[in-house]
Write a protein that binds this ligand. Sequence first.
Ligand code: SAM
Length: 335
Amino acid sequence: MVNSKSILKDNFGRDHAYLRISLIERCNLRCSYCMPAEGVKLSPKSHLMTSDEIYNIAKTFVKHGVKKIRLTGGEPLIRKDIPVILEKLATLNVTLSITSNAVIIDKHIAILKQNNVNKINISLDSLDRKKFKEITLRDQFDKVYSNLLLLVEEDFEVKVNVVLMKGFNDNEIINFINLTKDLPISIRFIEFMPFDGNKWDKNKMVSYKEIMACVNSTYKTNEVIRLTDAKNDTTKNYKIKGYKGSFGVISSVTNPFCDSCNRLRLTANGKIKNCLFSASESDLLTTLREGKSIEPVIKKAVEAKFKVRGGMDTLEKLQEPKLHNQNRSMITIGG
Ligand code: SAM
């Protein structure tokens, strides 16, 4: 009998319909939780996927059932050929979206619209200009904040990613939620996650439980509404009664959502990561450049996916630097 199992279905029955493609390893910000202070060793340009290679690889994934592609980085918008990449990917039958730090997104509004990119996730960790500079090492708060307002005005569906860290921005939880009173945006608080070189410490992380304790001590019980999460959503979504927007928590550390994971990641140098936390990678780009089929490589990578967080199935294992330092830095994965 012919085995008709999709190459995107893993050994735990999870179908992978969502591909996140990192376009570039470089970024125009230097967020300390994402990029090690000493920087990262960049791949030579010739080792990065070209726009044609990105398209060809994406086309194969779409053929096997990928319905959603998110572009990320580094900062995807600093890639010079971003218009060409968007135009090519827009010809595929997928929902295209992008994650950006929004520093230069105002220059890309037209090209995003032309290619039906309506869903934009932007990263903004503080509403305080000084703190923004402290975490990103760049004085770009005004630009990012005005671009956030511009995206809303231009009718994009905007989500704002906030990585919370104790003693740094955990006192801004309510200020962020209050933005949703008049803005139809979704704030997503992300638990600080460990990656190579980011000096992760469990004590710096603000947990889902702590975030909700802060919310529940600020608003009345009947004002905090738990929303229904979309299928495969990584966020536990809430809103404050009467507010235009919503907020949520991505609890990858304290409450992982691996059972419903439908994501695969492709790094800018053409490696598949079957999990954000996986130590192993599978080289698609070399296979493609050798003129061979990439399908067997994809299948093997999907079959090798662990049930939980790249095999770090307990908080103790995740805390073990020997284990999480086998992974890349987030800047070269893309979130
Ligand atoms: N440059 C783009 C940006 O800033 O959104 C895209 C790449 S960035 C790596 C993607 C997302 O990963 C950002 O929202 C960022 O906050 C998140 N991120 C990076 N390092 C993280 C960490 N250690 N824990 C949790 N989220 C992290």
